[in-house]
Design a protein around this ligand. Structure first.
Ligand code: DNO
Length: 345
């Protein structure tokens, strides 16, 4: 395992130089944020980003994410041209030696919460989700009412998309994912890039949309769609941990044993009811994820890939991008490395 840290490029208030000062962090997880979804990521732009990261003494370890166009998820006729563009972006990554690509296949919405600043008893704030609250959100006004989704879709765009998904049930979505991976994984494998699907967050259907990457059976089905080490997963303890039925150490053992964990996202969640959780400090005692057991299982698989501390709380008065402040994620990086080192003894 080697430790990495997510950095949002020019839009990130945290300088790379600060990330460099977190002990043990060797790599950066980043992306091009100004390329419209569906277009090829220009090699020169990616190369400039890599140079900037390396100038700070860090490696460009993971691209998170190249977004998958909705037409691909919907299986529309335009998808094959979009998939070709995706292949080219992956080839550009490979040519620059960026080894891992984290992506997701969630219809319309990426990670979703009902509060971005729930106050915890120690005075810090954290992201939270309550399904009963989610059901009260009125999408007829676009995504504007959703925490974290300021201007992504207008009311008309969103209505059209939700309508298009009415004919895509879970099995159709699996077919569309297979169609995508059958074409992209070989390109990734040839380019020396490992794909790592991010589980759905939260791992259940929201707003009537299908969500399929939710549990053990789904992840095993995913890796079998295309039998290649380039077709792997981002094991996100927080996303998967929101479903108490998920036995995380057992899942790590199985997927890691197959060599299909290509990236680790470590964060903790405290499950406080059915489909109700809030994020919590990384150490196991504060949430529902037994982080020590997860890392022990991971160590036993011989994992040598990247890990990043996922979402942190806002602490010490920090203001910043929800989930992605500096302080608590840095504490997370230290805790995870401490566990990892201790487990080796
Ligand atoms: C949230 C992240 C996700 C992740 C994407 C990957 O904080 O974990 O937004 O980057 O789902 O495509």
């Amino acid at each position: 395992m080697y430790m990495t840290f997510r950095w949002y490029g020019n839009q990130d208030p945290i300088p790379l130089e600060y990330i460099r000062q977190i002990p043990g962090v060797r790599g950066v997880v980043s992306a091009l944020y100004d390329v419209p979804v569906g277009q090829v990521w220009p090699a020169e732009k990616l190369s400039r980003l890599k140079d900037r990261i390396e100038a700070a003494g860090l490696a460009f370890s993971v691209v998170e994410s190249i977004p998958v166009h909705e037409d691909i998820k919907l299986g529309r006729a335009t998808r094959d041209r979009l998939i070709e563009n995706y292949q080219r972006s992956v080839q550009h990554m490979g040519a620059l030696g960026i080894p891992v690509l984290c992506y997701n296949f969630m219809p319309v919405f990426d990670w979703t919460r009902t509060s971005l600043a729930m106050r915890l008893e120690d005075g810090s704030t954290a992201l939270a989700y309550d399904h009963a609250e989610l059901e009260k959100i009125d999408l007829s006004r676009g995504t504007g009412d959703l925490p974290g989704w300021a201007t992504a879709y207008t009311a008309e765009e969103l209505a059209a998309l939700l309508d298009a998904y009415r004919s895509v049930d879970k099995e159709r979505l699996w077919e569309h994912l297979a169609h995508f991976l059958e074409r992209v994984v070989p390109a990734a494998e040839e380019s020396g890039v490992r794909m790592a699907i991010h589980p759905d967050d939260p791992p259940w259907s929201i707003f009537g949309l299908p969500r399929i990457i939710t549990n053990d059976a789904a992840l095993e089905r995913l890796v079998r769609l295309v039998d290649s080490p380039a077709n792997g997963v981002t094991f996100c303890t927080g996303s998967l941990g929101a479903l108490p039925a998920n036995d995380l150490p057992a899942m790590v053992c199985r997927l890691g044993g197959m060599g299909r964990i290509n990236f680790m996202h470590c964060r903790n969640v405290k499950n406080t009811g059915e489909r109700r959780f809030h994020e919590s400090p990384h150490p196991g005692e504060f949430g529902s994820v037994d982080m020590c057991a997860v890392l022990r299982a991971l160590r036993e698989t011989g994992y040598t890939g990247p890990m990043r501390p996922d979402h942190g709380r806002m602490i010490w008065g920090e203001q910043g991008r929800p989930g992605y402040g500096l302080h608590d994620r840095a504490l997370g990086a230290m805790y995870l490395q401490g566990l990892w080192e201790g487990l080796a003894r």
